[in-house]
Design a protein around this ligand. Sequence first.
Ligand code: G3H
Ligand code: 13P
Ligand code: ZN
Ligand code: NA
Length: 280
Amino acid sequence: KLSSTKDLLLNAEKGGYAVGAFNVYNLEGVEAVVAAAEEEKSPAILQIHPSAMKQGGIPLVACCISAAEQANVPITVHFDHGSSKHELVQALELGFDSVMVDGSHLPFKDNIAYTKYISFLAHSKNMLVEAELGRLSGTEDDLTVEDYEARLTDVTQAREFMDETAIDALAVCIGNVHGTYPANGPSLRLDLLKDLHTMSSEKGVILVLHGASGVPKELIKECIQLGVRKFNVNTEVRKAYMDSLHSPKKDLVHVMASAKEAMKAVVAEKMHLFGSAGKA
Ligand code: G3H
Ligand code: 13P
Ligand code: ZN
Ligand code: NA
């Protein structure tokens, strides 16, 4: 059933687990997430990035909403990384249940103003608002230590950001990155996550970790213990899709079916790891 992202994340908070938000691009992706959620009796978030919107547009959103409505477990539809007012204002009209306001490319005060504007509009529609503070580095960015540190989420700034914007969820930058991690794995600043959680829990703001693909199981579990309630997963699911195309089956319907199965397996594994399996 179509549910609310706020309910999903508040239940996760009560239960001490996290919900996966999986980036979807097409029908197979949507079906993979919903089928995994039903099989694992797990809540799930279908999320659409602007790059996916460019390809699938309104029909992709409609596909997510329809699949969520027909599912026998709670599913929500989230707009990921809205980095312009234009695309977010459009998203507010399309039936998404929640949005991420990504002002991480802006200076702090501008990020506040931008996030506050969208937060006000989204709250008038009862939508959950996620925003990012700090800046997620790309694997390939090749930063100096100082640059890298400057991109981490600052606790004092995060407190002011929450007070000013009234966001419901904060995407933290603690060394997590989109895409893959170096061969020696991610080094996440769990001390910083702990401080952010102490502060955010006073304010009732939920913590989100982007870039969850490639984060080892033990580290995911530590993040959950330190308050992360939503993990964004994109790369590992996309990779499963692409790898499935090497199968000798060449017929279109078979290609679609094996892509769906490959993505479903990754999603189901994450649901177990995040602790959301069995919670629907
Ligand atoms: O937020 C994630 C975007 O969908 C890009 O993810 O680094 O896996 O291409 P990617
Ligand atoms: P990954 O591609 O590392 O899974 O990150 C996904 C993400 O943060 C989408 O917003
Ligand atoms: Zn992200
Ligand atoms: Na990642």
